[in-house]
Design a protein around this ligand. Structure first.
Ligand SMILES: Nc1nc2c(c(=O)[nH]1)N[C@H]1C(S)=C(S)[C@@H](COP(=O)(O)O)O[C@H]1N2
Ligand SMILES: [Mo]
Length: 419
C-alpha cells in the first residue's frame, strides 16, 4: 500500500470501522513529524549512571506513584494496621516484593537470622528446635506460587460502595513465589503422635499472634518459607521465616514464625473467635471460615486507572480461588446484561492469582464494568446482593462479591453498587 493510499484510508476511519480502530490503537501516524522522535533527546546527550552505582536497584523515578498506601480512617495506629497493594499499577501475576500489602498487629519485627528459632513440640515423638541454617540444610526445599488474601479484604464494602480504588477495595492480596520447606517434612521429622490433630502456630513479633490449623491442612500443602520472589523475605512479610497456608485466610499465615505446638483440639484463640469470624444476621457467628472463595476484580479501568481515551482499550484484572484453579472469568461492560469470557493469560496455577484481559472499544458511553470468577469446583463468584442474602450485613470478613466500576462519559471512574 503506497503512502498516499494509506493516508486516504486512514482519513476515512468512519468507513473503515474495525480496521481503522486497530490502526489507531497502534500509535500516531509516522508521517506527522514528532519532536520526541526527530530531535536528539536530553538523555541521549550524556552518559548515564554506571554499573553498581545503584547496588540494589529501584524503580524508575517516574514510577514514584506506584506505592503501598493506607487509609487514614483505618489507621488509628500504624503498628496495628494495613497498607494496600497498588493492584491498578501492576500486571502479570507476581506482586513485586516492595509492593506486597502489609498487615501487622504489632509493627514490623526486626529479627536477625542468627537469633531466630523455630520450635516444634507438643504431641510429637521428638520435640525439636531449628535454626535458620538447619532449615536451609533440610532436604526437600521447594518453590511455589500462592496468593495471600486477608479475610478483611473488601471488608469495608459490606454495607455498600465505600473506597474509591481497587487498591483499597481489593488490595489486601499479594501473589508471590516462595522458597522453603513443606511443613510435612518438618512434622514427619518430629513424628506427630496419633492423637495429634491440630497445630498452634505462633509468631515472634510483639503480638505473638497464634492460630489453630488442622493437621490435615498442615500435611497437605502448608510450608515454612524464607524467600519470596527469589530473595530473602522482606521484614514486612515476616523475615526470616513465615508460614504459608495456601488458599486460606491471610491471618493464618503467621509471620516471624517461632513455634508450632501439636495438640488434639483447636485452641480458639482471639484471631479465630472474636476476629476473622463472620457475625450472621441472627447473631450467630460462622466457625472456622478458613478458605478464601473465588473472587476477581477489574484492576483497569478502575477509579485510580480510568480509561485513557476513547477508542481501543484493554480491560485487565485478577482472579483467584482458595479452592483450586480458576477455570473462567467473565466480564461485562453493561452491569451484567451481557457477559463475555475474558482472555486468561500467563500461568494458570492453583491457589494463585491469574491475569485476565478483555479488549474493548469505548465510544464514550457510560460503562458498568464487572468481572466474575468461576473455579474448578464450578463455584461462581456471587453478587454482593446474593452474598448479603446468606450472610446479612454484620460481616467484615470474607467478602468475595462482584465489584462494579462505573465509567462516566468523561472517563471518571467510580466504585458503585448496582445490586
Ligand atoms: N506474627 C504475625 N503474623 C501475621 C500477622 C501479624 O500481625 N503478626 N498478621 C496476619 C494477617 S491478619 C495477615 S492478612 C497476613 C498479612 O501478611 P503480609 O503482611 O505479608 O501481607 O499476615 C498474618 N500473619
Ligand atoms: Mo488479615
Amino acid at each position: 500500500m503506497g503512502s498516499e493510499d494509506r493516508k486516504l484510508r486512514l482519513g476515512r476511519r468512519g468507513f473503515l470501522g474495525a480496521a481503522a480502530s486497530v490502526l489507531a490503537a497502534a500509535g500516531a501516524r509516522a508521517d506527522a513529524p514528532d519532536p520526541a522522535i526527530t530531535e536528539v533527546q536530553e538523555w541521549a546527550r550524556v552518559l548515564g549512571d554506571g554499573v553498581a552505582t545503584r547496588p540494589y536497584g529501584k524503580p524508575s523515578q517516574f514510577e514514584k506513584h506506584v506505592v503501598r498506601r493506607d487509609v487514614e480512617w483505618l489507621t488509628a495506629s500504624r503498628e496495628s494496621s494495613v497498607s494496600f497493594t497498588p493492584l491498578h499499577e501492576l500486571d502479570g501475576i507476581i506482586t513485586p516484593n516492595g509492593l506486597c500489602f502489609e498487615r501487622h498487629h504489632a509493627g514490623i519485627a526486626e529479627i536477625g537470622p542468627q537469633k531466630h528459632r523455630l520450635m516444634v513440640h507438643g504431641l510429637v515423638e521428638r520435640p525439636m528446635v531449628f535454626t535458620m541454617a538447619e532449615l536451609r540444610r533440610f532436604p526437600g526445599r521447594t518453590n511455589r506460587i500462592y496468593f495471600l488474601e486477608c479475610a478483611a479484604n473488601s471488608g469495608m464494602e459490606w454495607r455498600g460502595a465505600q473506597l474509591n480504588g481497587c487498591q483499597f477495595t481489593h488490595g489486601m492480596v499479594h501473589n508471590v513465589m516462595y522458597t522453603g520447606l513443606p511443613l510435612k517434612a518438618l512434622l514427619d521429622h518430629c513424628g506427630v503422635r496419633t492423637n495429634g490433630k491440630w497445630l498452634l502456630v505462633e509468631g515472634g513479633d510483639a503480638s505473638l499472634m497464634t492460630r489453630s490449623i488442622p493437621l490435615d491442612k498442615a500435611m497437605k500443602d502448608c510450608m515454612v518459607a524464607w524467600a519470596m520472589n527469589g530473595e530473602a523475605l522482606r521484614p514486612e512479610q515476616g523475615y526470616p521465616l513465615r508460614l504459608l497456608v495456601p488458599g486460606w485466610e491471610g491471618n493464618m499465615w503467621i509471620k516471624w514464625l517461632r513455634r508450632i505446638e501439636i495438640g488434639d483440639q483447636p485452641w480458639h484463640q482471639r484471631e479465630e473467635t472474636s476476629k476473622y469470624t463472620d457475625l450472621l444476621a441472627d447473631g450467630r457467628a460462622r466457625r472456622f471460615t478458613w478458605i478464601m472463595d473465588a473472587k476477581s476484580v477489574v484492576t483497569s479501568p478502575s477509579p485510580q486507572a480510568p480509561p485513557a481515551a476513547k477508542g481501543p482499550n484493554v480491560l485487565s484484572g485478577l482472579a483467584w480461588s482458595g479452592r483450586g484453579t480458576i477455570k473462567r472469568v467473565d466480564v461485562t461492560l453493561d452491569g451484567g446484561r451481557n457477559w463475555r469470557p475474558a482472555r486468561i493469560d500467563g500461568p494458570v496455577l492453583p491457589l494463585s492469582l491469574v491475569r485476565f484481559y478483555a479488549e474493548f472499544d469505548w465510544s464514550g458511553q457510560e460503562l458498568l464494568i464487572q468481572s466474575r470468577a468461576i473455579d474448578e469446583t464450578g463455584y461462581v463468584q456471587p453478587t454482593k446482593g446474593e452474598l448479603r442474602q446468606v450472610r446479612g450485613v454484620n460481616s467484615i470478613y470474607h467478602n468475595n462479591g462482584i465489584q462494579t466500576w462505573l465509567v462516566r462519559a468523561d472517563g471518571q471512574t467510580e466504585n458503585v453498587e448496582i445490586s
